[in-house]
Design a binder for this molecule. Sequence first.
Ligand SMILES: Cc1cc2nc3c(=O)[nH]c(=O)nc-3n(C[C@H](O)[C@H](O)[C@H](O)COP(=O)(O)O)c2cc1C
Length: 208
Amino acid sequence: MSSHTPILIVGIVGSLREISYTRMAVHIALAGAAETGATTRLIDLRDYTLPFCDGSGKEAEGFPDLARLREEVAAAHGIILGTPDYHGSYSGVLKNALDLMGFKEFEGKVIGLVGVAGGALGTVNALNDLRKVGRSLHAWVVPQQAAIPQAWKHFNDAGELDNPEYEKRLNEVGREVARFASLLNAEETRRFLELWERAMPNPGGEGR
Ligand SMILES: Cc1cc2nc3c(=O)[nH]c(=O)nc-3n(C[C@H](O)[C@H](O)[C@H](O)COP(=O)(O)O)c2cc1C
């Protein structure tokens, strides 16, 4: 890969609701990623007929949408995970989709987190829970995140926010994911990682 690897950022919408504030939030985060020159794609789980993960590894049989989902996420350099707050955590729909995937789709990738909540407390706990999932998938979860409390109050039907601060935060999550994905995939980074792999574990420390 060269320094100019075209970066693809996908955003997964973890709500199946027809008019979903999560989808609106992911859309705004992806716009931030697009500002950096990345190609973006919204993955709306409403458009996929997925099985429940049963741990068999055979879930894709009879579910072509699962193979499609896996391919689309595997092709991405960075992933934005969007979730509604459901009982103080992230949605089961998103959890199931993540359980149907794994290292192949996520390892070494950059993840950004955005969430919406009906209540005033926001969705910080849900995003913290997702952060742990990102670690388990061996992904790099960027520190920036955006949690929109009382989403019903702040979004209009066109998906626009009444609060520029929220919009800025959502944009920033997308931008950071795209920037770090670009850095991770640059030729210079690859060369550095190769040197790192070859480096002596403790130069100058032999015999001590
Ligand atoms: C099962 C369920 C549990 C929920 N639990 C919470 C909650 O614990 N805290 C909260 O602030 N909102 C909660 N909500 C409200 C949602 O976060 C809110 O409706 C949000 O906008 C849903 O996201 P969506 O618009 O993308 O579908 C819950 C909604 C559902 C359906």
